[in-house]
Design a protein around this ligand. Structure first.
Ligand SMILES: Nc1ncnc2c1ncn2[C@@H]1O[C@H](COP(=O)(O)OP(=O)(O)OP(=O)(O)O)[C@@H](O)[C@H]1O
Ligand SMILES: [Mg+2]
Length: 315
């Protein structure tokens, strides 16, 4: 029996799926999930058979290893290589997983495309971290090359503070051994902006409040931190309007097209000295419910429509 063409969502975190599943159902787009967790396993990669018909969408996350799925990214590489060799239509395909898992690569691509990026040094291993930090005027930031959800992102106000951290049991080993040292960008106002794109087109921008000083910016509901005395959390995420005709957004669209990235959230900071610095590309993006409620367009619905159109084209 030939299976019906559908959208195949490749991922490793079921918690992030419900809003997307709802949107796909609402748009009448048939889909299934390829769940690449250790617990679930996967036996569907028959190298002699044609892949199931339809459109494949990878939303593999750079932080998969933090959820007990250390091999999920390699499973994704294998699967996407095979799918693309068979000519399957893949959204955020094989080259994109490498961008997702490497802030070094993000920085290099952005810089080559002419975007203002933070001055950054990548250090391989723990041994030379302190030596490398001597070149940075404090304050500076450390972060993991293979990050997501603010992994290992810390601010240091002095070299001594950093030295003590590196020598301490608090030091967080990056999964690929690569730690970035990065200039600390002083924001003109305490927020960063995350611009969301679907099908390579701008959907909306999110203003993320950073006044509390936290670097963990997972926008999903699951990550909301309760306020003092269990009070409702302060709204950290808000719709940022007025960017539709901003040249930076048009340049991001051009960049995404050149890199073959079809769904992404790109983050930038507007600094006190008037720079607009791009520092993060998320090809696995989660949408904040408050922002969704405030926006005239819904990003998951845009994704469902986009994938639905691609599915029609494959039929
Ligand atoms: N160079 C910097 N200067 C100032 N603040 C920074 C800098 N880099 C990162 N931050 C802050 O830390 C947050 C997390 O950094 P970054 O986005 O690079 O990490 P991430 O692991 O990809 O996080 P996420 O998955 O939440 O996007 C940023 O959103 C920003 O608020
Ligand atoms: Mg980020």
């Amino acid at each position: 029996m030939a299976s019906e063409a559908r959208v195949h969502v490749i991922h490793e975190n079921p918690e992030w799926i419900p809003p997307l599943a709802q949107a796909l159902i609402a748009e009448g787009v048939p889909f299934d999930e390829i769940l690449l967790t250790e617990e679930n396993g996967y036996s569907g990669l028959d190298l002699d058979a044609d892949p199931a018909p339809g459109v494949y969408w990878s939303r593999m996350s750079a932080s998969a290893h933090t959820r007990g799925n250390p091999h999920a990214k390699d499973y994704t590489r294998a699967l996407l290589s095979r799918l693309e060799a068979s000519g399957a239509r893949v959204v955020n395909g094989r080259p994109v997983i490498e961008i997702e898992v490497s802030k070094v690569q993000q920085h290099a691509l952005l810089s080559r495309a002419g975007f203002d990026v933070p001055r950054t040094v990548a250090v391989f291993g723990r041994e030379r971290l302190v030596e490398a930090a001597h070149d940075f005027a404090p304050p500076f930031i450390s972060k993991h090359n293979q990050g997501g959800k603010g992994l290992g992102v810390r601010k240091f106000d002095s070299l001594e503070e950093f030295e003590a951290y590196v020598a301490s049991p608090d030091f967080e080993e990056p999964i690929d051994g690569i730690t970035l040292l990065q200039e600390f960008l002083v924001a003109a106002e305490p927020f960063v902006t995350r611009a969301e794109f679907v099908g390579g087109r701008f959907v909306y921008a999110v203003r993320v409040d950073t006044s509390a000083g936290s670097f963990e910016l997972c926008p999903a509901d699951a990550c909301a931190v309760p306020g003092a005395d269990g009070a409702e959390p302060a709204p950290l995420f808000a719709l940022r309007e007025g960017l539709d005709d901003d040249p930076l957004i048009a340049r991001y669209e051009e960049f995404l097209a050149a890199q073959g990235i079809e769904i992404a959230g790109i983050e930038f900071i507007e600094t006190a000295d008037g720079r607009r610095v791009t520092y993060d590309i998320n090809t696995n993006t989660n949408y904040n419910p408050d922002v969704e409620a405030a926006s005239a367009v819904s990003a998951p619905r845009e994704i469902a429509r986009f994938l639905g159109r691609l599915l029609e084209e494959t039929r």
